[in-house]
Design a protein. Structure first.
Length: 253
C-alpha cells in the first residue's frame, strides 16, 4: 500500500453506510478513482465531509493495487464551486460533463482532461442561466475533443472530398463526422446545413458562434455523438434531465 497526494474533482457521491460515502474523483495523476470515505457522513467528520459535488480538493489516498475502491485519508478543499448548485441548469450542465468522464472510464494520467474539466466547471459556475446551454455546448464538445473524439466537419468522412461552404451534408455518428451530399444517402443521420456546420466549427474551437439556432438540436447532436463514441451506446442520463429544464420554445431561438 502506498500513500498518494493528488488533486481531484468530485464527480459522484453516494452513501455506503450510516457513516461512510463512496466517492468518484477525476484526479490529475490517476484518472477516475473510486474511494471509500469512512466517517464522511458523521457530523464533524474530517476530510470528505466538507467536499461538495464538483468541488476540487487536494486528496491524500491510500492506494492498493487490485482494489476497486481506494481509501481516502484526507481531503483539503481548493475550489468549492457552490455557485453551480444555485441554479438547476448550471448544476445539470455540470452533471453532463461529469457523466461524460465517468462513462468514458478514463484511467491513468490525464492532466489535459483534468484541466479541461476544471476550467469548464469554473466557466459554468460564472455563466448566467440564459448562457448555460451555449456554454455547455462549448465545454461539452471541448471535453469530447480532449478525449480524442473530435468530429470531422470540413471533409466527407466517406470519400474524403472537401464539403463546400453551401453544401448540405448528413452527420454519420459511427464514422465520426459529416458525409457530403453525394455520400449522404447511405446514412440515416441528421442533416447538417452550412449554418449549423459554421456553428459547430465555432463550438469545437471553444468560441461563441455569431448566432446559435435550434439549441435543442445542437444538444441532441452532442448527446448522440457522445452515445456513439464515449458512453457505450447508452445516452447520458443528465441530458434527459437537462431537456426537461429547457423552456418549450428553446429551439425557436
Amino acid at each position: 500500500m502506498s500513500v498518494v497526494t493528488t488533486r481531484g474533482i468530485l464527480l459522484r457521491a453516494h452513501p455506503y453506510s450510516e457513516s461512510s460515502r463512496v466517492l468518484r474523483f477525476l484526479t490529475a495523476d490517476m484518472g477516475v478513482v473510486g474511494v471509500m470515505a469512512r466517517g464522511a457522513r458523521k457530523r464533524g467528520g474530517k476530510g470528505a465531509a466538507g467536499v461538495d459535488l464538483f468541488a476540487e480538493s487536494e486528496l491524500m489516498l491510500f492506494i492498493k493495487g487490485g482494489r476497486d475502491l481506494q481509501t481516502l485519508q484526507d481531503a483539503t478543499p481548493l475550489r468549492t464551486r457552490r455557485g453551480l448548485g444555485r441554479h438547476p441548469l448550471r448544476l445539470t450542465a455540470a452533471g453532463v460533463l461529469a457523466e461524460i468522464v465517468l462513462r468514458h472510464h478514463g484511467e491513468g494520467p490525464g492532466e489535459e482532461l483534468y484541466n479541461a474539466l476544471s476550467d469548464a466547471l469554473d466557466r459554468l459556475e460564472e455563466a448566467a442561466p440564459e448562457e448555460v446551454v451555449i456554454m455547455l455546448l462549448i465545454e461539452g464538445w471541448g471535453m469530447v475533443a480532449a478525449l480524442g473524439f473530435e468530429p470531422l466537419l470540413d471533409s466527407c468522412v466517406q470519400c474524403g472530398e472537401p464539403i463546400g461552404p453551401e453544401e448540405m451534408g448528413r452527420f454519420d455518428f459511427a464514422a465520426g463526422g459529416i458525409r457530403c451530399a453525394a455520400c449522404g444517402g447511405e446514412t440515416a443521420g441528421p442533416r447538417v446545413g452550412p449554418g449549423a456546420r459554421v456553428q459547430l466549427t465555432h463550438l469545437l474551437a471553444g468560441q461563441l458562434p455569431p448566432e446559435l439556432n435550434r439549441p435543442r438540436s445542437h444538444l441532441r447532436l452532442l448527446s448522440d455523438f457522445i452515445t456513439h463514441h464515449l458512453s457505450g451506446g447508452r445516452p447520458l442520463d443528465a441530458f434527459s434531465v437537462l431537456a426537461e429544464l429547457l423552456p418549450p420554445d428553446a429551439d425557436s431561438k
